[in-house]
Ligand binder design. Structure first.
Ligand code: DP6
Length: 331
């Protein structure tokens, strides 16, 4: 193994799934129950510097300048333990991470965080790994992080082993000018994390139906993206989000992530598309915030309409983005 350089900085983008990941066939390896599809978000990213240091007695972590000593540190340590074991180093690391999107907006940062951490940690070990291997390693920290390694429009193949569960790009960001307009319905930290949620997915009687039909939704969404067919894309993206939330709501214990305003926005978005012919559809992750995916030509109109639904709404906006990249290397 090469010893130098010891420090590297990497950046990775958040992503929004169009066919969702919910539930694992193997929790420890984070092997998902179904393959998923997403778009990287150019304007929401995490930048992470990892310095492997012989003098450190344990790993340290700062997030946006503040020292982390809680479950975030624990999760980063576990990920670094996995990398240490794999690449046979006993050194500890100093990790500094910043998000360019506001923390505490309920917008998941684990995908961009673990993709950037993995890319920086490996580069700082002097490793130049193929994208596929980086994706499998990022997956071990957070499943959706596997999808933040490749660029643009991405498919995560569920696979059946560590090596075969990875994400790859099937279209570059410039292939289709989709915009994600995120309506921040609540800034509250989610009470049930995605990790805990994945463990309850199998308790829903609806999960087998969701899983057995996911491959067909994935096929349709991928083909709609390739042919830039918004109508076909929109109906399956909304169906897939609804199905995941149906599983969540019928799990034990049930998980209710929607807020009344989330539901109002979902209904409005459907009206704008089906009656008023705006190219927009909705999708929601494990929280109440609504991702309104729209054609670039309708993005300003969609933002204005969201604001007029509720003046209280904060709105984030992003186009399709690239993959994880190393920004600098230092000895
Ligand atoms: C609802 O990747 O956040 O956003 O592997 O436990 O970190 P962990 O889970 P995570 O799960 C994402 C769930 C989702 C759907 C999706 O992004 O596909």
């Amino acid at each position: 193994m090469v010893d130098e350089p010891q420090t590297a900085t990497a950046r990775a983008h958040s992503n929004i799934a169009f066919v969702k990941y919910w539930g694992n066939r193997d929790h420890r390896l984070r092997l998902p129950a179904n393959s998923s599809i997403s778009m990287n978000l150019a304007d929401l990213h995490t930048t992470t510097t990892v310095a492997w240091d012989d003098d450190l007695k344990h790993d340290t972590l700062t997030i946006n300048g503040a020292i982390a000593a809680d479950s975030a540190l624990e999760r980063v340590r576990n990920h670094l333990d996995m990398l240490r074991a794999r690449f046979k180093t006993s050194r500890y690391a100093r990790v500094r991470s910043t998000n360019n999107f506001p923390m505490g907006t309920g917008i998941a940062s684990s995908a961009s965080a673990f993709a950037a951490l993995t890319a920086a940690a490996c580069a700082a070990l002097g490793l130049e790994l193929p994208e596929r291997e980086l994706s499998t390693l990022a997956r071990r920290g957070s499943g959706s992080a596997a999808r933040s390694i490749p660029s643009g429009y991405v498919e995560w193949h569920a696979g059946d082993s560590h090596e075969t569960s990875f994400a790859e790009s099937f279209a570059p960001p410039e292939h289709w000018d989709l915009i994600d307009i995120i309506a921040i319905v609540s800034r509250a930290h989610k009470r049930t994390s995605s990790s805990a949620g994945h463990e309850t997915a199998d308790s829903s009687v609806l999960q087998p139906a969701r899983i057995s039909s996911a491959a067909e939704r994935l096929r349709v969404v991928k083909s709609a993206i390739m042919s830039r067919d918004f109508e076909q894309f929109a109906s399956v993206v909304e169906e897939d989000s609804n199905l995941m939330h149906a599983v969540m709501m019928t799990s034990d214990p049930p998980l209710f992530y929607w807020a009344p305003l989330s539901f109002a926005i979902m209904k409005a978005v459907r009206y704008w598309r089906t009656i008023e012919k705006l190219q927009v559809c909705y999708t929601l992750d494990a929280g109440p915030n609504v991702h309104c995916i729209c054609a670039a030509s309708d993005a300003n109109e969609v933002s204005a309409r969201l604001r007029s639904l509720s003046g209280e709404l904060d709105i984030l906006r992003s186009s399709a983005g690239g993959g994880a990249c190393v920004l600098s290397l230092r000895d």
